[in-house]
Ligand binder design. Structure first.
Ligand SMILES: NC(=O)c1ccc[n+]([C@@H]2O[C@H](COP(=O)([O-])OP(=O)(O)OC[C@H]3O[C@@H](n4cnc5c(N)ncnc54)[C@H](O)[C@@H]3O)[C@@H](O)[C@H]2O)c1
Length: 263
């Protein structure tokens, strides 16, 4: 298979771990030059070293997506380094808490929305003018099955991902006339930094076989399985897809039944 992203310039947030890191590695393997932002400076430097700064394929900047100035600086770095941006992946996200309905904290909701929703807004805002001028671009937002159904995350997290899916649709409508495609991926359960406590708990309790068991494929996903769909959506192979929120979840959202409960 020939590389699909040759010479494309991609900005990826939350790129130092999990799905974002797998996406950065996949994009580079597909021929892209990547500009990576993450709040975790140490992990960001590690991935830069992994990809190889010497190849000129990667630039990094410590970024808090909840800060518009910080996100603008990341976009400016990409434009200064490469003169163009073809792809934006709004991937940075946090989980919030699993508090019950009477224990919801305003501070948790604000931070989750600042990172998961405003983070995508700031990057989209600052990349839009450039993409509109060039009349091309692809934006991919990492949402979640939690934004489609309950039971996959806390209240604030799920609401933030539902908001991100809707924002994907409204921006796709705004930007479609400029040949800019905007889509979301909705991962199911994937082993990453975010879900590590759950995986550690399940393994410690001898319940590893329960992880991912509620989806039709009866297993959890790997970050690379999300990265491959993000890569597809970023590429010209997806040239007629926009405004969609695509579950990459082993069939989790396809059924009302729990596997094993059908008769
Ligand atoms: N892991 C799953 O099961 C799963 C399922 C559905 C959706 N997602 C989504 O995938 C995306 C990536 O998460 P992941 O699972 O790879 O987790 P992860 O924790 O491994 O990666 C998230 C990255 O985002 C960074 N980040 C957090 N806050 C940030 C901020 N304010 N500014 C910049 N960077 C920040 C973290 O430092 C980290 O490197 C998230 O949006 C998450 O909601 C994950």
């Amino acid at each position: 298979m020939s590389p699909r992203l040759t010479n494309k310039v991609a900005v990826i947030t939350g790129a130092a771990s999990g799905i974002g890191k797998a996406t950065a590695l996949r994009f580079v393997s597909e021929g892209a030059r990547v500009v990576l932002g993450d709040i975790n400076e140490t992990a960001l430097q590690e991935i830069a070293a992994l990809i190889g700064v010497a190849k000129g394929t990667v630039a990094v900047r410590t970024t808090d997506v909840a800060s518009e100035a910080s996100v603008k600086a990341l976009i400016d770095l990409a434009l200064k380094t490469h003169g163009e941006i073809d792809i934006l992946v709004n991937n940075a996200g946090i989980a919030g808490d699993m508090a019950g309905p009477d224990q919801q904290e305003e501070g948790v909701w604000r931070r989750v929305f600042e990172v998961n929703v405003l983070g995508a807004l700031f990057a989209t805002k600052h990349v839009s003018a450039h993409m509109m001028e060039r009349r091309q671009g692809a934006i991919i937002n990492t949402a979640s099955v939690a934004g489609i159904r309950s039971g996959a995350g806390g209240n604030a997290y799920s609401a933030s991902k539902a908001a991100l899916i809707n924002y994907t649709q409204t921006t796709a409508c705004d930007l479609g006339a400029y040949n800019i495609r905007v889509n979301a991926v909705c991962p199911g359960l994937v082993e990453t930094g975010m879900t590590q406590p759950l995986f550690d708990y399940a393994r410690g309790a001898g319940k590893e076989n329960k992880l991912g068991s509620r989806c039709e494929l009866r297993r959890y996903g790997r970050p690379e399985e999300i990265a491959s769909v993000i890569s597809f959506l970023a590429s010209d192979d997806a040239s007629y897809i926009t405004g969609q929120a695509i579950p990459v979840d082993g069939g989790n959202t396809a059924s009302l039944n729990l596997p094993g409960m059908k008769f």
